[in-house]
Structures are given as C-alpha cells and as structure tokens.
Design a protein around this ligand. Structure first.
Ligand SMILES: [Zn+2]
Length: 166
C-alpha cells in the first residue's frame, strides 16, 4: 500500500519538472481554466473564462531557452510580467507542445490554431503586443486538441503531457 500511496507524488514531481531542454525553441501551452468569470490581464483588458481549452503560443530564444520559459509559466508568479502571468493562476497547464530551433514558429502556430473548428480569440492582442501579424497569441478551443490534431496544425514538435499540478 505504501508504494501505491507514493506513486501520485512521484508522478506529480515528474509533472512539475517536465523533460524540457534549455535550448531555443517555440512552445504552445495547453491550459484548462480552473474557474469561470472575468480575469483582468494587466492593461490589455479583461478575458472571460468559460471552460474549453486555451492555447498560448510563444517562443524562447534567450538564456535557458524553452525550459526556463516554460518553468516560469508552470510556476504561477506573484508579480506578473507576461500577459500569461495574469491568466496562469486561473488555469491548469495540461500539456506543452515543443519545437526546438531558432525559428520562431509562434506566429505560424497562432494562425494555424485560428483555423481549427470553433477557435476564437478571447482577448485580442493577448501575448502579441509586439506582433503585427496575429490577432492574438492565445486561442480558445471548445475542447483540448488531440496530439494528432496538434501535429496536423503545428507540423513539427511533440506534445509533453502534464498532470494537473495545481
Ligand atoms: Zn504573432
């Protein structure tokens, strides 16, 4: 019985330290809202949470690469820096799609997500303050996409599934 009791803790530990590499790359976070209602996203505006799946796309080219950036996203911070920091405490990260490389794929991914059935942008410009090409870097889908759908949408990369860690 002791081994059974310990198993979830071990899984949780693995989930908190996903096998990400400190290399440059692009990533997409699959988020499931844990609450419903309004969330204020800094000075950008307010976003309504009403179930579904939120997908945030970004890239990390600086020190620590994808591993450091996703670690930041996984640990909800008291002092928000990115738009996602305001949203993050209200969601659970259920998976991360990762592609390593120095080409920023987030813009291609944002537009590809917008073509999926039922896709919407809950808050225009979210995550895309410096981007003139995408309506937002956050999309909402009625349901979390399967790995197959994500591969069709994003072409390159792989999905790291996380357990709910909150
Ligand atoms: Zn963009």
């Amino acid at each position: 019985m002791a081994a059974d009791a310990a198993a979830p803790t071990m899984d949780l530990t693995r989930a908190r330290i996903p096998p990400l590499q400190p290399k440059p790359g692009s990533y997409a976070l699959l988020l499931r809202p844990s609450t419903s209602g309004w969330v204020t996203i800094g000075r950008l505006g307010t976003l309504t949470l009403n179930g579904g799946c939120l997908i945030y796309v970004g890239s990390a080219q600086g020190p620590g690469g994808v591993a450091a950036r996703c670690r930041h996203h996984l640990l909800a911070r008291a002092k928000p820096h990115w738009h996602l920091d305001y949203l993050r405490p209200h969601c659970r990260v259920i998976g991360i799609w990762v592609h390593y490389g120095t080409t920023n794929l987030e813009h291609d991914w944002a537009r590809a997500l917008a073509t999926l059935p039922g896709a919407t942008h809950p808050l225009p410009r979210f995550g895309a303050s410096d981007c003139s090409r995408c309506p937002a870097h956050l999309a909402r889908l009625p349901r979390c996409p399967s790995a197959r759908t994500m591969r069709r949408c994003f072409a390159d990369g792989r999905l790291i599934r996380l357990q709910d860690t909150d």
